[in-house]
Design a protein around this ligand. Structure first.
Ligand code: ADP
Ligand code: MG
Length: 490
């Protein structure tokens, strides 16, 4: 919710007449005052916020310039005093005509209090329970439900980075969640069939749906299972003659998520049961989500009717993420773990791992461990440990590309690097070019001289002597040099 400018809002509350007489204070009808205050609160706060802090809060008395409120616990008391004190004060002033200090006492038994008529009515019409306690209870119920559904609570929408590779898949997932909130509505996509190569986030996204559905309503029956687990349970049920139990278990859920469905290929005899489970759920308007490493038409050994079922809703692919998304994922993991790693290494990983987010994570974890060991490792070291094939990349770098990258980093035109200009900045940049051509591309002195428009190869020798000294003496230069190398080789 946007922050509300309480003070500004308070100005707009209708002002009652300020008492000029000296009425005895007990004449103040606390119920009426509180009614005005709470009505104003409700106009400004959203429902959850109001219920959380003010549903069980009452005005007990107004005496000697002090308004005494009561609430159910210390946490509420602190929050009200910290976040709502000023606003409450102005509401009270306007309702009573007095400038009042606020004092809050904690009272345990607020629910039996008779002063509850100004609360919000709940949707169900049940007696209102203290929302704060309810929130605690909901959290526990949610955690329990997640466990029962076999979901990993870490896989949420919040931790799922959206890029052009998975935008549609994520939108479909969100729409499934919305559909699940309205039980009566028919499902927009049923089943949802996600496919994509390993490590692109299929399991994460499907579990995010399950987690979100349970967060909204922990009473929903959600079941996440891999096809192999499903089939094993089924075989076990047949063996122990508990077919009915098995059937009921999976045919009575609101949301069934089956992972790695491609393995059904290996169990042709079990397809029948799967097909019936599907039909039962589908007909009862229950949601089914599936994931596979390939589209339905490429799954072998399955009956046409099962394939038709797979294809009957939304078939949606998830591609490997592009560079920016890979980088964003790495940063998100670091934020989650509350650790930091130099940007250059993130860039190195994001550039070299292109297909699997799982591998991306694996490499990042190695680098986190490396950087924790003490000294910051060098590019080369990190690349070697991650077994990135820098050599083949190195071979593809041309002298022209080196000139281009250095010119860009030093903010000068490539033309100048090949000219005889001797301005200090240009001369240094040119020396860096020569040094990189010599040490990294291992070109001959003669060809290097030619590349930078020199006749004499002793210029190159001189550059190769000077550059290491200059790098030692100037941090700024060393950074530029490292950046050029990063851009060229990693
Ligand atoms: P798949 O099921 O497609 O093989 P997973 O869902 O298991 O892939 O993803 C592998 C790892 O990468 C998981 O730890 C997951 O959290 C992470 N991951 C994948 N895609 C994303 C994403 N878009 N944002 C954040 N993390 C992701
Ligand atoms: Mg998976």
């Amino acid at each position: 919710m946007d922050k509300i400018d309480f003070e500004k809002y308070a100005e707009s509350i209708p002002k009652p007449e300020i008492r000029t007489d000296t009425q005895p204070q007990q004449d103040i009808e606390v119920d009426d005052v509180w009614k005005i205050v709470t009505e104003n609160l409700r106009m400004v706060l959203d429902r959850v916020e109001y219920d959380s802090w003010f549903a069980g809060t009452h005005l007990e008395r107004v005496q000697n310039g002090v308004a005494t409120l009561s609430c159910s616990n210390d946490f509420k008391r602190e929050t009200i005093l910290k976040d709502y004190n000023k606003f409450l004060q102005s509401c009270l002033t306007k309702a009573t005509g007095q400038n009042l200090q606020i004092e809050i006492v904690v009272k345990q038994q607020e629910q039996s209090s008779p002063k509850e008529r100004y609360r919000y009515a709940t949707k169900t019409g049940n007696p209102i329970i203290d929302l704060f306690t309810k929130m605690e209870g909901d959290k526990r119920r949610y955690e329990e439900a997640v466990k029962n559904a076999r979901l990993n609570p870490r896989y949420t929408f919040k931790s799922f980075i959206v890029g052009s590779n998975n935008r549609l898949a994520e939108a479909v997932a969100q729409s499934v969640v919305t559909d699940m909130e309205n039980e009566g509505l028919s499902k927009s996509y049923n089943p949802v069939f996600y496919y994509g190569s390993t490590g692109v986030g299929k399991t994460h996204l499907m579990q995010a749906i399950g987690n979100e559905v349970l967060r909204v309503n922990p009473d929903r029956k959600v079941s996440y299972i891999s096809i192999e687990q499903f089939l094993n349970e089924m075989i076990e049920a047949i063996r122990t003659k508990k077919n009915e139990d098995f059937r009921t278990k999976y045919r009575e859920v609101d949301l069934l998520i089956i992972d790695d469905i491609q393995f059904v290929e290996a169990y042709p005899k079990t397809q029948e049961e799967l097909f019936h489970t599907f039909n039962t759920l589908y007909q009862a308007n229950k949601q089914i989500i599936l994931a596979s490493d390939r589209p339905p038409r490429e799954i072998k050994n399955i009956t046409d009717r099962l394939r038709t079922r797979f294809e009957g809703g939304m078939v949606c692919d998830i591609q490997p993420p592009e560079y920016e998304t890979r980088l964003a994922i790495l940063k998100q993991i670091l934020a989650e773990k509350k650790v930091s790693v130099p940007d250059a290494f993130l860039d190195l990983i994001a550039k070299n791992i292109e297909t699997s987010v799982r591998e991306l994570e694996g490499s990042l974890n190695k680098v986190i461990t490396l950087t924790k060991l003490g000294e910051v490792p060098s590019y080369e070291e990190v690349a070697r440990i991650l077994q990135f094939d820098i050599e083949s990349k190195r071979k593809r770098v041309t002298p022209e590309r080196v000139i281009e990258v250095v010119a860009n980093e030093f903010g000068i035109s490539t033309r100048f690097l090949k000219s005889s200009r001797k301005t200090n900045g240009i001369a240094t940049a040119r020396q860096i070019v020569m040094y990189i051509l010599r040490t990294e591309l291992e070109l001959s002195l003669k060809s290097i001289a030619k590349t930078v428009g020199r006749k004499d190869h002793t210029t190159v020798l001189h550059a190769c002597e000077m550059v290491p000294k200059k790098l030692k003496n100037s941090n700024d230069l060393a950074q530029k040099y490292e950046k050029c190398k990063g851009e060229l080789f990693y």
